[in-house]
Structure formats: structure tokens, C-alpha cells
Design a protein around this ligand. Structure first.
Ligand code: HEC
Length: 197
């Protein structure tokens, strides 16, 4: 009897121990999902639907009303918008009464006089050709300027270009001085007409 009891006892103990072994180190418990109850599952499912909707609403709001400016910002003022929309190139009006905005004699020469005076085309006195320029320089700046302004021979008045009187005068000085002249830089526009030397 006692034997049986003992064996039963030990059997029971073994069974308990075995049961203990089977439960406590359950590998599934360690990596179990945080969702353990149906309530949690429902919460997660609802959240997974609601969250994207909320994010989409926020994004739509951001896009639709993103232009709203903060207080004190003039980023959307008509001036600021016009400035951003401005084309890359702009037309700059030259102030013909401002000597600072004018081209130098050499620049004018390169742009409008070189065609003839660099090559001697149409028998134009060449730049730097002292022999060709000496007799012309001798007539004086006023005479040369007059020729350039009104045209002479094959040369059109003002060389047919869009240079201002002052620019033509500077170009004449440049041309003549390259050919041996010693003319002074013409005075600024206000006095240019009365002070050629
Ligand atoms: C279409 C060709 C041509 C262009 C462009 C031209 N010239 Fe002339 N230029 C001539 C010719 C030709 C002469 C000689 C005219 C003559 O003596 O019959 C001349 C003569 C001159 C003379 C001497 C005038 C004189 O009284 O002897 C000056 C100064 C002069 N040019 C300045 C200029 C300047 C400055 C420019 C540019 C703004 C210019 N030219 C552009 C053809 C040209």
C-alpha cells in the first residue's frame, strides 16, 4: 500500500514537475504579440483605419491652405508674388541723360564704328592709321564730330546707330586719338554740344 502510495505520490510529483516544465519556459510567451485580448485587437484595427484618414485630412489641409501666411509675413503680397513670377530677363531703360549709363568711346566704336573703321571699308580711315587720320585730326574735333553726327561720304549720320550724341562724341575722340589726335574726353551731355574742343 505504502509502496503504491509512494509510487502514486512520486507519479503525481513527476506529473506536476512535468507540467511545470511544460508551462513555465513557454517560448511563445517571449515573442507574443502585444495584442492579447479581443479588446486590444479591436482597438488596433480601429486605429489602423482612423490614423491614415487623419493623416490624409491633415495633408489635404496642408496642401489646400498651405498658402496661408503667418501673421506679419508678406510672402503672399502682390509685390512679393510678382517678384517671384518675374521673368529672368528684364528690359533696362538707359537713362540717356546720365553719363554713368553711357558706353565709353571704345565700346561705342566696337559696337558701331568698327565695321568700317577697323577694316577701312568704303574708304573709311582705319583705326590707328595716323597717316589717314592726321589731316582729319587737323580739322579739329568740332569738324570731326560734325561729320560723325551728320554723316560724311559713305558714313551715315551717327553711324546709323542708336548711340547718344555724347557716345558718338566719345567714339570720335577714341577714333581720332588712336590715329594720333590729342582730343580730350568730351564733357558730359549737358555741356557736350557747347564745349567740343
Ligand atoms: C558705314 C561705314 C562707317 C561706319 C559704320 C562709321 N564710319 Fe566713320 N567714316 C566712314 C567713311 C567712309 C569715312 C570717310 C568719309 C569721307 O571722308 O568721305 C568716315 C570718316 C569718319 C571720321 C572723319 C570725319 C572727317 O570729318 O574727316 C570720323 C571722325 C568718323 N568717321 C567717326 C566715326 C564714328 C565715331 C563711327 C561710329 C559711331 C563711325 N565713324 C562709323 C565710314 C563709316
Amino acid at each position: 500500500m505504502s509502496h503504491t502510495t509512494t509510487s502514486e505520490n512520486s507519479g503525481t510529483r513527476d506529473g506536476l514537475m512535468g507540467g511545470g516544465h511544460g508551462h513555465s519556459p513557454d517560448p511563445h510567451d517571449d515573442h507574443a504579440s502585444p495584442i492579447r485580448t479581443p479588446k486590444q485587437l479591436i482597438t488596433v484595427i480601429i486605429a489602423s483605419f482612423v490614423l491614415p484618414v487623419v493623416i490624409i485630412i491633415l495633408l489635404v489641409n496642408f496642401v489646400a491652405f498651405g498658402g496661408k501666411e503667418g501673421a506679419g509675413s508678406d510672402g503672399m503680397s502682390p509685390e512679393a508674388v510678382a517678384k517671384r513670377l518675374q521673368p529672368v530677363g528684364t528690359v533696362e531703360l538707359r537713362d540717356v541723360s546720365s553719363p554713368a549709363a553711357m558706353r565709353t568711346g571704345e565700346q561705342v566704336y566696337q559696337a558701331q564704328c568698327a565695321a568700317c573703321h577697323a577694316t577701312g571699308a568704303a574708304n573709311a580711315p582705319k583705326l590707328g592709321d595716323a597717316a589717314a587720320w592726321a589731316p582729319r585730326v587737323a580739322t579739329g574735333f568740332a569738324s570731326l564730330l560734325n561729320s560723325a553726327m551728320k554723316g560724311k561720304g559713305a558714313m551715315a549720320p551717327q553711324a546709323g546707330g542708336d548711340a547718344t550724341d555724347y557716345e558718338i562724341a566719345r567714339a570720335v575722340v577714341y577714333l581720332a586719338n588712336q590715329g594720333g589726335g590729342k582730343f580730350a574726353e568730351p564733357a558730359a551731355p549737358a555741356a557736350a554740344a557747347s564745349a567740343p574742343k
